[in-house]
Design a protein around this ligand. Sequence first.
Ligand code: PRP
Length: 221
Amino acid sequence: MNPLTIALTKGRIERDTVKLLSRAGFDMAFMADKGRSLIFESPDKAFRFLLVKAPDVTTYVRHGVADLGIVGKDILYEHPRGYLEMLDLNFGLCKFALASVASYDPKDHKRKRIATKYPRVATDYFHQKGEDVEIISIQGSVEISPILGLADAIVDIVETGNTLKANGLIVFEDICRISAQLIANKASLKNKPELLAFVKKIESLVGRKEVAFDEKISRNK
Ligand code: PRP
């Protein structure tokens, strides 16, 4: 039997996943001492984990190289096709927000420039408001762009809020909640019965979503 292959987002999502699977009763000791390796197979050959960058999780799942993937919802908003969303894992919690310097006026009618690592999310957000904006795609350190005059505001991830604060920005609107998601390849779901058994096993351990935050988001829509 081929191992169930799971693409994991390197870093915090990977560490939280290992904790979750340990709680689910899987012996994850084989991933304790990782070094620079990027592929790990469990000693019983039931599982294989691939450690990859977040956007590549969807690529491995879409192509069927991985049966399952674990990745933040932020990435799924930007890469929405070619997999099935199975489960909200309820960790890796943060949000998308519109932020800028205090003098920013969201009601200003001039065509705004919005800097972001998430052009699709930002475009959809302003489209829903019926506002035409110029999206400026950048790769990181988005928070400095309004200070330097590259953009009027940013759409970015906020977790602790420390990066915004350290750069003198404030949140003008919460856009939506983000959390880690379990995604599956469609053919694997059909052809590998052990995949569904695995999903059901961890489903029982995953807590409820933060309802209060979700309600706040739907009120803002
Ligand atoms: C993310 C995000 C913010 C920051 C938010 O960036 O784009 O910049 O984390 O976290 P905080 O609210 O806890 O401060 P990342 O660390 O991935 O770096 P990057 O800007 O270089 O992409």
